[in-house]
Design a protein around this ligand. Sequence first.
Ligand code: C2E
Ligand code: MG
Ligand code: MG
Length: 699
Amino acid sequence: MAPLRHALSRMMRSLVMKFTVLCAIVLLAATVVMTSIGYISNTHDNRETAQAHAQLISQLFAANLAEEFVTRDARRMTLNLNSFVERGDVQGVYIADTLREVVVTAGQVDLLPGDRTGDALVHGALGSVDSRVEVQGDLIRVAHPIMHSGRLSGVVVVDVPTAAVSRAASDILQRQLLVGLVALVIFLPVVALVVRTSLGPIHKLTEAARLASSRKLDLRIDVRTGDELEVLANAFNRMFARLDASMKRIHRLAYVDMVTELPNRERFRKEVERVTRRAEDDGSAGAVLFLDLDRFKRVNDSLGLGEGDRLLEAVARRLRETARGWDLSQGDDGAEPSLVARLGGDEFTVLLPTLRDPADAARVARRIIDAVRRPFEISGHRVFLGVSVGVSVFPRDGGDPETLLRHADLAMAAAKRSGGNAFEFFEATMNQTAFERLVLEGELREAVRDDQLVVYYQPKISIKDGSIAGVEALVRWNHPTAGLLSPGTFIQAAEECGLIGDIGNWVLRHACEEMAGLYKRGLNIPVAVNVSAVQFEDEKFSDTVLDALRETGLPANALELELTESTAMRQPERVLEQIAPLRERGVSFAIDDFGTGHSSLSYLTRMPFDVFKIDQSFVRDMARDEHARIVVETILAMAKALKLQTVAEGVETSEQLAFLRDQGATLAQGYLFARPMPLTDLVRFAEGEAAASARARTA
Ligand code: C2E
Ligand code: MG
Ligand code: MG
């Protein structure tokens, strides 16, 4: 019952029904109005006809009965009058003389012969010698004077009923109403049909709007009615086209990486979510590969921004080809293809939705490494990149995008640490290492803030006379629970989390301050400070150094800055730019850990350095390793030719010292003379016997 009522109420509310009902009302109203007008005008016409008819009868009586009236032939008069009354034309009639005495009557008359009438009509007709008419309800009453031989001799009064007249009018009314009803019955279905057909396009529009609301926007409504509905349909089509374009644009902005046209992080996350959920249901496995390009930053800096983007595009293309190649080699047409995405910067990801064997992920990683290793051609330059790949396998290493990406990222970091161009699978211990690193970083921040860092100094001894030629400032961390920590435990972490700049600048200023203090006391000891690559690449580096010198009062020629070989060789032009203003003031520069890098000799000899510091590994291995000995000899010979000073690091034995002296080394630094020490110990060392014993050792 309810569905029927529902359908009925829907039908009643439909436009077709509304239009049909409206038409019916209009039609009915028109019929009623027309019929009423017809009825009123008919009644009016009929009444006039009836009056004329009544007057005619009265004239007829007056003319025909004049003779009989004068002769008072009552019998003939009655006969004559009765014939009219019987036909129904007349309801009643009487004749009176000029004294208003009734002479004869017929039909329904309230008077009898011999009565004197007070009828106003009779008065009127006798007075005016003309006929008088009066309408009394359903009766038309006419009084007409009777003339004989030109003289007024009486009056005839006729009552004519109007019933006949009004019957004719109501007959017409009925007929017209009937016609109206028939028209209604015939036309209404036609109206409904016409309305229904002309409103047909509205159904199309409704259906289109419904589809559009369910995101299907690439549709066209075909309405060719040539009326407003066609205009409306065209407006709809234009709106859908615009919406479709906007939706596509929004989708692109939200899910596509603009540089490479690869899916972006959000899209990748969604895909991983979908695939892992499916894997949960059907027990399948897959993998997430996290890729980070090696050396990209350096290449990008030297190429410029636009070219960097082109390089990323080229990498993206190669990754896509590799993934496609892998999919094809698997030969399963129905299988879901791999997905390559860019997370941002030089980070890419690959999703392998189905994996028959975890070793397959390793095969894909290998292919990717080989593909990225091949040189790229960017505007005439050959560019070499590498890539580190971390792999997490689901469901083993995680069941959601966040965990899988984090684990693949940790594995990637491990691959990167091993030197790049390598891949690693995620292992549970990586989480632990990452956690420790996180704690370390937190504590390091506190260390910088709470002054837990201290500077130790290690003397550099002149090989010729054993005097202190200078000191190297080496940072230590006075950890609240772990005690004194050497830089090996935290410098790398500081570099990775960006704290190295703060730490390095603090060491620089602190060393300058303390050494300036010694200068004031007459102890003139030059100090060498280590500078990290991050610190050195800061544009404001030379200003920072000059500020430190000015504010602490340390003479510029008492400061030496140590750059490692790799820092110095990273951006040679930049190095020259940074060094120049400092060298002008008298600051000297040393290449630290010399021999461990892979610098080109031609570059090195052109660089404005004052000191080579021979890495302690060569000094240590000299005694037993021919190769190490040759390296030391070569460096010393080269320094001599370039007129540079040399510092041999890590000198622990007299044999090492003897060999270095023979080869012409100028300075030595190592446990043989002194370990790194706090300032107070250094002061004692410089002033006291320790220095004398050092001299004795070199003697
Ligand atoms: P480095 O600049 O090559 O410093 C020399 C390192 O060799 C120091 O280690 C020193 O204690 C150690 N050493 C000196 N003589 C001997 C020896 O006879 N035998 C042995 N086995 N080792 C010796 P330390 O202090 O642990 O510093 C390690 C490295 O940490 C430094 O190597 C330097 O690269 C870095 N570093 C230290 N302080 C700073 C700093 O303030 N800033 C930056 N950026 N790096 C620093
Ligand atoms: Mg050093
Ligand atoms: Mg060194």
